[in-house]
Ligand binder design. Sequence first.
Ligand SMILES: [Cu+2]
Length: 119
Amino acid sequence: MTNPTRIAAVLAAALIAAPVILASSAFAQPADASNGREYTVTLGAMDYSALPSAAKVGDTIEWVNHDTVIHSVTARDHSFDLRIMPGKSAKLPLTQAGKIPFYCLFHPTMRGTLNVAPK
Ligand SMILES: [Cu+2]
C-alpha cells in the first residue's frame, strides 16, 4: 500500500524537516523536544535487533533498515504501521503503555513485542 504519492509526501516532509533539525541544534535541544529517550532498533538479516527493555511513553524508537528489502513495523492492533525502505529509517514515538505485539507485513515471521512502561 506504499504508493508514489505517499513516498513523495515523505520525501517532501524530510526535505522540509532537515533545515529545522539543523537550526534546532543551535539551541542544544533534542530535535523532537519530547524529553524522552531515543532508542535504535535495526532491521537486518530479516529480523529485528534487540528491543529496548526500559522504554517508556514519551520515548522514541528509530528503526533502521539495513536489509536490501522493504520491511514494516506494524502493530497487530494497527496503532502504528511504519514502512521502511532499504537503507532508510523511521521514528516511532511511543504513545501507549503496555505490551504491543508487532510484525513485518512483508515477512510475517519477523515479529516482536514492545514493552512500554507508563511515563
Ligand atoms: Cu520484513
